[in-house]
Design a protein around this ligand. Structure first.
Ligand SMILES: [Zn+2]
Length: 380
């Protein structure tokens, strides 16, 4: 009986009643798989005195020892043989050393496919209208293993693509930033009839919007256009600009209404595509659970309090991503959002130890500051 499959096939991605029952059993199934196939993971759990076979082991998911995301930056933990890996994803860390390595096998990819299909149906992202895609990210190359590049490329299949333009273009073995040509294209596309969908790092999207505003550009993208944001957003909002200001700027420059801006969030160490509701909140989907932990003693906190975000998902079979401790601070809210989704929603506040960690947004800014020689580092 495959509970994980069952969980990922629930029609409504926010089916609280059914997922409440299935989730702990799915986590148990995933944890036992890793325990039996991954000696390093087994040693970690044994060292914490946790046995996945204990009768009550999964009554309280907070008891399952989480692995810090930092751990995946130093160790490639695999629970399936190398030859079974279809994707080897690396995170968008700022240097080679900061990248997490995570593998996905066929089983995990099928779950990802089920999950994304249901999210996109629920949030009405699939479209049959021919669409122009503008990606504020890396041009897709098969040797680019960054998860964000793969996701962005995958997104261009949500509607029939008439064109695909990338801000980070691949030229002679390196990526170059090309905001100016995207600006010209958006102005041109605004005169046409085909909807435009943008996707990518909020940092680049913001830099382009700012540049267009400085140039006095005010256009309206055709009806049905959508701006989607994801990847490398983490402390960008906390430090650079409020969401409200961002939405106002997108409306001023491109005529995109707030409800047509959708944000995604996910990580290499937690490959679930969290999708915002119409009120811009990240509701807990069937496929994941959140435990907010106290910064000092890592004990679980009640909803409504700020702590470190611990994310759980039974999705991945190739790497034990069952329970992962992020370095982000957040709050889990229980109050009714009003959008129709009943599950609590996660507010991400920012990163712990902000000064120690170089961010994607900072990396993006460095590239833009050195704009004269548009050569970029390969890692961002
Ligand atoms: Zn909502």
């Amino acid at each position: 009986m495959d509970t994980i499959k069952k969980l990922f096939r629930l029609k409504n991605p926010y089916d609280q009643e059914r997922s409440e029952k299935l989730f702990p059993a799915a986590i148990k199934q995933n944890c036992i798989f890793h325990y039996e196939h991954n000696p390093a993971y087994r040693a970690l759990l044994d060292g914490q005195g946790f046995s996945p076979y204990d009768k009550n082991a999964f009554d309280d998911l907070a008891k399952l020892p989480p692995l810090p995301t930092l751990y995946f930056k130093h160790h490639l933990l695999l629970s399936v043989p190398n030859r079974k890996l279809i994707v080897r994803a690396t995170s968008s860390g700022t240097s080679g050393q900061n990248q997490s390595m995570v593998g996905l096998d066929f089983y995990s990819l099928r779950r990802a496919f089920d999950e994304v299909r249901r999210f996109f149906s629920y949030h009405k992202i699939w479209s049959l209208k021919p669409t122009r895609f503008v990606i504020f990210g890396y041009e897709h190359k098969f040797k680019n293993k960054k998860a964000v590049a793969q996701t962005a490329w995958g997104f261009t299949f949500t509607a029939p693509a008439v064109s695909k333009d990338y801000v980070l273009r691949y030229r002679n073995g390196d990526y170059i930033v090309d905001l100016d040509s995207i600006e010209r294209k958006l102005i041109k596309y605004a005169k046409g009839k085909l909807p435009v969908r943008t996707l990518g790092f909020p940092a680049y999207t913001y830099f382009l919007l700012k540049q267009m505003k400085e140039h006095g550009v005010k256009v309206r993208l055709p009806k049905g256009s959508m701006m989607t944001l994801g990847g490398g957003w983490k402390q960008f909002y906390a430090e650079r600009i409020s969401k409200e200001d961002f939405y106002a700027l997108a409306f001023e420059v491109l005529g995109i209404e707030q409800e047509n801006i959708i944000e995604f969030f996910g990580a290499v160490e937690h490959p679930i595509l969290w999708t915002q509701c119409k009120y811009h909140r990240f509701h807990v989907p069937n496929y994941a659970r959140v435990i907010i932990r106290d910064v000092d003693d890592l004990l679980p906190l009640p909803n409504g309090q700020v702590g470190i975000i611990n994310l759980l998902t039974p999705m991945c079979r190739a790497t034990p991503l069952t329970s992962v401790m992020t370095d982000d601070l957040g709050i889990l809210h229980e109050n009714d959002c009003g959008c129709g989704i009943r599950s609590p929603y996660l507010e991400i506040i920012g990163r712990v130890g902000i000064e120690d960690i170089q961010t994607c947004a900072a990396g993006a800014e460095n590239i833009l500051e050195g704009k004269n020689d548009t050569r970029t580092r390969k890692t961002l």
